[in-house]
Every structure is written in structure tokens, then in C-alpha cells.
Ligand binder design. Structure first.
Ligand SMILES: [Fe+2]
Ligand SMILES: [Fe+2]
Length: 229
């Protein structure tokens, strides 16, 4: 994950945005801290999703590296993972916290959050240029084209979004909900493999399979830090 997190030197002038974007340091420090902070804020809205954004960020990072993406590309996807649900800030708390099935109107409110998230992040030029805004916008697309908000299919969906979709689903399956118990990691793995080619990109599923041990360890470390908090 982010091992290169030295703060900016005290005498270091903040470079202009375009120079910043070429800097791995910028992605791994300032942008990451900003994203983690906002992700924590959105997770705090729902008691059932504590550490969800952090989990999605870290799982996505592990999958990206296993797929052969560069460390910088994996870091950018990690940032998008922290921010993926930021649009839920506009979803009423009574919908997010509802203990039971949602009605049509409530589902419509939920389905707006990818576009709302993209709208919130769009003014940050760095996030737009690095592709983070598009990853957030498309994190509920499905590989078979049956997702939302645009119904994009296959490789038309940004790769980072295809990775975050899987990480998001895994994290959600491992959480208790008022209307269902959490799955075990092994049961969630089976479900993800079952959905290869429909909900998920088969290449992302394959990378998930290869990195499953690492991902299981990431989840265990996060849940033990949550219990200790
Ligand atoms: Fe992070
Ligand atoms: Fe979402």
C-alpha cells in the first residue's frame, strides 16, 4: 500500500498542479490523505460501513498490482477506492441506514450517488486528469452492461472502476446488514467467481483469485485495527 508517505519538506514550495500530477509523491501523500479523509467521512454516515472505503482502497490496490499495473497506477486506483462512495453524502441518512428493503424512490436516491460523487470531485483538476473522477462515476457499472449510471459494457468501463466494483462487492459481502448476515471470505470468493463475466471482468476476477491470500490478510488487519479503536 502506501509505504512512501513522507510529508513534504518544510521548505518545499508547492509546485503547480501540472507538475504535481507528474509526481508520485503528490499521489501518495497529499491526494491520498485528502481521499482517505473524505472516505472516512462518508463511512461515518453508516454504522454498517465503518472502514469500507479504506478496505475497498486497499483491496483495489492489491488487485491492480497483481494485474501488472504500475505502482503509480495502483496508487491512483487506491485513491479512487477511498472516494468511490463520496456521492452518498447527498443520500438521506434514513435511506442509507434503513433496516430493510428499499422502495423504488429510495433506490433511485441510491443510484444517483456515482454521478453525485463525480460532480463533487470534478472541480479537483488532479482527480479528473488522473481518471479518478471517471472511476468514481462508473464504479457501479457491470461487465455485462447491466449496471449504472451509464450501462457501459466490458472494456468501455475504465479498468480502475472494474477493479473497484469487485473490491466494493467483496467488502459489502463481508459486512453484516440488518437483513442478512455477513458471508465468510470463502463464501464471498465463490460468489465473485460465480459472477465472473456477468458482474465482473474475468481478468479482474483472475487477479483477485491470485491475490486472495494477500486480500484476506488486508481484511483481517483492517478489522483487527477497527476492533482495537
Ligand atoms: Fe489508503
Ligand atoms: Fe457505491
Amino acid at each position: 500500500m502506501f509505504q512512501n508517505q513522507q510529508p513534504l519538506a518544510a521548505d518545499s514550495p508547492l509546485p503547480g498542479v501540472s507538475r504535481c500530477l507528474d509526481s508520485t509523491h503528490f499521489v501518495t501523500t497529499i491526494l491520498h490523505q485528502f481521499a482517505e479523509s473524505l472516505g472516512n467521512a462518508i463511512d461515518a454516515k453508516d454504522q454498517h460501513t465503518s472502514m469500507h472505503s479504506d478496505e475497498v482502497a486497499q483491496i483495489s490496490h492489491a488487485i491492480a498490482l497483481t494485474m501488472g499495473l504500475t505502482p503509480r497506477e495502483a496508487d491512483i486506483i487506491h485513491v479512487a477506492g477511498h472516494l468511490h462512495d463520496i456521492g452518498k453524502i447527498g443520500v438521506p441518512d434514513e435511506v442509507l441506514r434503513k433496516e430493510g428493503p428499499l422502495n423504488t424512490q429510495q433506490w433511485q436516491a441510491i443510484r444517483k450517488h456515482p454521478q453525485a460523487g463525480a460532480d463533487i470531485l470534478c472541480p479537483v483538476a488532479a482527480l479528473k486528469k488522473l481518471g479518478v473522477v471517471d472511476m468514481v462515476l462508473h464504479h457501479h457499472e457491470r461487465y455485462d452492461g447491466k449496471g449504472y449510471p451509464c450501462g457501459l459494457k466490458g472494456c468501455a468501463i475504465p479498468l480502475g472502476a472494474r477493479i473497484i466494483t469487485l473490491a466494493d462487492s467483496l467488502s459489502a459481502m463481508l459486512q453484516d446488514r440488518p437483513y442478512r448476515k455477513a458471508r465468510t471470505f470463502e463464501s464471498a470468493c465463490k460468489e465473485i467467481i460465480h459472477c465472473s463475466g456477468s458482474q465482473f471482468d474475468p481478468r479482474v476476477v483472475e487477479a483477485f483469485r491470485k491475490s486472495a491470500d494477500t486480500i484476506k490478510t488486508i481484511i483481517e488487519i483492517l478489522s483487527s485495527s477497527e476492533e482495537a479503536a
